[in-house]
Design a protein around this ligand. Sequence first.
Ligand code: NAD
Length: 278
Amino acid sequence: MTVPTVKLNSGYEIPQLGFGVFLVPPAEAEKAVSEALEVGYRHIDTAAIYKNEEGVGAAIAKSGIPREELFITTKLWNDRQSGEQPHDAIRESLDKLGLEYVDLYLTHWPTPQRDTYSNAWQKLIEIRDAGLSRSIGVSNHLPEHLDRIVKDTGVVPAVDQIELHPAYQQADVLAWGEANGMKIESWGPLGQGKYPLFENPAVAAAAEAHGKTPAQVVIRWHLQRGFIVFPKSVRTERMAENFDVFGFELTAAEMDAITALDPGDGSGRVASHPSEVN
Ligand code: NAD
């Protein structure tokens, strides 16, 4: 199955559907990623703070899949944003992954209290220019943070990876991305299992109509909205289910009904707000 790609402002293409490994314990990461590669995923989303880059790297090495067929993302953790630390951090991540470059390197959180995210962005630009990451972007950045880093450097991130699911769509970040040519990656695309998305009548009705599962309907909604998405599961059957989303299309009415699930007041958020993470 060929996964569609999204063209980034760097000129590189990212597979629109990937596999995320947040909360996959280090010891299980190699097995989970090996299974995901077996299912057909070629885009893996990890982070230094997930402490499973070595397992991801081991699975990549064992797979024998040519490097250019893979798209690997990792992220700079918050306590390495200042001074020259991002340069050390990317080298450590590359060592653990067993790679010479990643496809995408992200500042994980803006941590505005530290006031180091603009320095981090400047260092990510240097890391890109040194060939250690093909594309660079950010995560959990709100429009005010995006405005600041672009004002300071003139460089627009390729992506902003944000909490995004039908109940929490962050319209202001989406509008910023649209206006500035930055793509959106949805983390927690299934609401991390914390939000009762699968029982929702709009999702359930679409699942029934297409003979698909509610999870497949929600992933399809992300894809049809143009978002880049990488749901997580350590269960092989769910990895396969989450990958099997290209043989059907939600109607405009189904899309609208699911899009309407965001109350618009931020109450659908299931995880931390950028102002709370330091
Ligand atoms: P998710 O929305 O993908 O939810 C994962 C949970 O959904 C699983 O643990 C499982 O319980 C359930 N699930 C998965 N497939 C299912 C299926 N087919 N049927 C029923 N239930 C299913 O949440 P996530 O893992 O937090 O987000 C995905 C990825 O996003 C992460 O693995 C990580 O790579 C990334 N992420 C990034 C940040 C960030 O700050 N940048 C934060 C969280 C996650």
